[in-house]
Design a protein around this ligand. Structure first.
Ligand code: FO1
Length: 318
């Protein structure tokens, strides 16, 4: 590890997990931690589901279904079929093998083990060496304010397929949330960088940054603050970020992603197709780095992770 401390990656699900996988190929596990959004967490059929943690763990364990981006590959769906036969809720797809993760997590949480500790235990069991830390151990629940009323995150995202028009967001429990121990340990010293993954700024990153005092602490504890834009050529590679932006009256551009993080980040990585926005971003006082950000192959993921680390070192004046 360098003497300059660690990199802390803030991540949601699919897009963030891809960058983290790339990072795991170029950095030692001791050189970085991943802080996962838990605003998407919910209790379903009596089970505690932590979708972004699951996606990170399965991706790093090489077990994720790459086509869907979430859940396990070679999955079967007998449990879901049996729930359907009983007239139960089947809008949220829980595969037979995936079920084990939620059952084990729920059992441990019920026994009083913290989400941080359960995550550590379950990721280690699957051979994941990267430190994945939930943003908080207490519950934070993202609610989407829409034209159809307030919707719990997974109702908006999975059940209603992101169709309702978004008017705003609420993060219940955020005021009482405290950063998990792993995040506190990271912030106790001067660290190499904060890296915001190409995740949804509104529902994946804002819940993390909204934990009281966390944003200010990151500003103080990290030498460099860098984000990667999840918006490429006006669209989001995965998920509703671009749709949310246009419904909120914000142009869906990399420039607006940079503006969203104004006051926090020193630099932003944007895609080649958005090269013409570089000077606009620069005029915000944020330094843009243009590269290929779409991560289809493992080489793409390693390439973007390498670019991020090189740009972090450049911004640190090395
Ligand atoms: N996403 C879907 O689009 N449909 C699903 O049925 C679904 C099930 C699911 C089960 C377990 C899990 O860990 C994740 C799951 N996801 C599903 C992904 C997840 O809900 C979203 O990708 C995130 O919450 C957004 O980051």
């Amino acid at each position: 590890m360098t003497s300059d401390g660690k990199v802390c990656i803030l991540s949601g699900g699919v897009g963030g997990a891809k960058l983290v996988l790339g990072m795991s190929e170029i950095l030692d596990p001791k050189e970085f931690i991943v802080v996962a959004n838990t605003g998407d967490d919910f209790v379903h059929l009596g089970l505690h589901i932590s979708p972004d943690i699951d996606t990170l763990v399965y991706t790093l364990a090489g077990m994720v279904d790459e086509k869907r981006g979430w859940g396990l590959k070679d999955e079967s769906w007998n449990f879901l079929g049996a729930v359907r036969d009983l007239g139960g809720e089947t809008w949220f797809n829980l595969g037979d093998k995936d079920l084990a993760m939620h059952v084990e997590r729920t059992k441990e949480l019920k026994a009083g083990v913290s989400l941080s500790q359960v995550t550590k235990k379950l990721s280690a069991a699957l051979g994941v060496k990267i430190d994945i830390v939930p943003m908080a151990d207490s519950s934070v629940a993202t609610t989407i304010l829409t034209d159809d009323g307030s919707l719990a995150f997974q109702h908006y995202f999975v059940r209603d397929k992101c169709n309702p028009k978004v008017k705003g967001f609420k993060f219940e429990g955020l005021d009482k949330a405290r950063p998990a121990d792993g995040v506190n340990r990271f912030n106790a010293e001067k660290q190499r960088a904060l890296l915001i993954a190409p995740s949804n700024p509104f529902v994946s990153i804002d819940p993390i940054l909204g934990i009281p005092k966390l944003r200010e602490t990151f500003i103080g504890s990290c030498h460099v603050k860098l984000a990667v834009s999840p918006i490429v050529g006006g669209i989001a590679i995965k998920g509703p970020a671009a749709k949310m932006m246009s419904e909120l009256g914000i142009p869906s551009t990399a420039t607006e992603v940079a503006r969203h993080y104004l006051g926090l980040i020193d630099g932003i990585v944007i895609d080649e197709v958005d090269r013409d926005q570089a000077s606009q971003i620069e005029s915000l006082g944020i330094k843009p780095f243009v590269t290929k950000t779409v991560m289809s192959t493992l080489d793409d993921k390693i390439g973007l992770a390498t670019d991020c680390i090189e740009y972090i070192d450049y911004l640190a004046g090395k």
